[in-house]
Ligand binder design. Structure first.
Ligand SMILES: Cc1cc2nc3c(=O)[nH]c(=O)nc-3n(C[C@H](O)[C@H](O)[C@H](O)COP(=O)(O)OP(=O)(O)OC[C@H]3O[C@@H](n4cnc5c(N)ncnc54)[C@H](O)[C@@H]3O)c2cc1C
Length: 289
């Protein structure tokens, strides 16, 4: 099916794009890679008279390390660009690896980090690891700029804390200490993940595990019991000791996740996958060289 007719606007500055949206209101949508938006327009699930293509805005393309060590990834960077970025590979290899595994090569080249977060389709990889890392996003709109933690950004399926007129400018990840490692593992039968689990393990004092499961419910979920069980372990515990101590807690957390049978698998199967992937993610980060 074809999209309805629309006018394409191609602003080169952020303030220009925001002003255009303010003028055009509900008749317009921001357009980045178009991998989700064009499917929805062709299926006539969405209909707009104007698309504001933000790809010409250079400020949204930067990947840099801020003076305080925060890794800042501009919203327009594609999954493929991030996977290849020497800076991301050096600062946060787990996120570069995740980006390398997203979807297929077409979606990886066109689809952006901003787009996957703003669309809010739950079967995605990035939100899970970004929640585990306690990342945040910078949003810009007619009322100025603000920051929102990723853990508060997704409100439900296709629903986010971003106002319709705001542009997601960048994703920010605080510097990781020497004793911190992270990993993400996912599994799916389609191009999108059925379940993904992210683990961030920190040997800093106090020792901390951040463990999040995503894709199987409307927004990523924190595996809190498992985190608590890990916090009380003696420092320098071996990976199998850690897993034995938290395995039951992971299963208990997974049992409470609000998921349902769908084309990605049965609810019980997906809850079982949470345990399998939590173990893989945990071992992956604990056994990193
Ligand atoms: C076949 C297929 C398989 C996929 N598999 C995976 C997968 O395995 N893992 C995974 O994580 N994801 C997967 N995805 C999702 C993919 O990551 C997203 O489609 C892509 O990143 C969206 O980015 P985009 O730039 O194309 O967004 P667009 O389609 O351009 O936009 C999507 C929505 O976000 C809004 N938007 C985009 N950028 C901004 C911005 N900077 N500020 C404000 N609003 C914005 C648009 O208005 C629109 O509502 C898959 C998608 C497809 C089509």
């Amino acid at each position: 099916m074809r999209t309805n007719r629309f006018t394409l606007h191609r602003p080169t500055r952020l303030d220009e794009a925001i002003a255009l949206k303010a003028r055009l209101g509900d008749t317009a949508a921001y357009h980045a890679g178009g991998t989700e938006l064009l499917i929805a327009l062709k299926a006539r699930v969405l209909r707009y008279g104007h698309l504001i293509d933000i790809k010409q805005i250079a400020d949204l393309r930067e990947i840099r390390v801020r003076s305080d060590g925060t890794l800042s990834i501009g919203a327009l960077n594609s999954h493929d660009t991030i996977a290849r970025s020497p800076l991301v590979k050096a600062q946060l290899p787990s996120y570069a690896e995740l980006s390398e595994q997203v979807a297929n090569i077409r979606v990886r080249i066109a689809g952006t980090i901003g787009g996957v977060l703003c669309f809010g389709e739950p079967h995605a990889d990035a939100p899970t690891l970004l929640c585990a890392l306690d990342a945040w996003v910078v949003l810009s709109g007619p009322r100025g700029e603000r920051e929102v933690p990723l853990r508060e950004f997704h409100l439900g399926e296709f629903s986010t804390a971003k106002e319709d007129d705001e542009i997601l400018v960048s994703v920010e990840i605080a510097p990781q200490s020497e004793g911190t490692c992270s990993a993400y593992r996912s599994f799916g039968h389609t191009e999108r993940p059925a379940v993904g689990v992210a683990a961030v393990w920190s040997t800093d004092n106090p020792q901390r595990l951040s463990l999040w499961a995503g894709a199987l419910s409307s927004r990523p979920v924190c595996l809190e019991r498992a985190q608590e069980a890990a916090a009380s372990l003696p420092p320098d515990s071996r990976p199998d000791t850690i897993w034995n101590a938290i395995e039951a807690a992971v299963a208990a957390d997974a049992a409470e996740i609000d998921t349902r049978d769908d084309l990605h698998g049965g609810a019980d199967y997906k809850r079982h996958l949470v345990s399998v992937l939590a173990k893989r993610a945990l071992f992956a980060c604990l056994t990193l060289p």
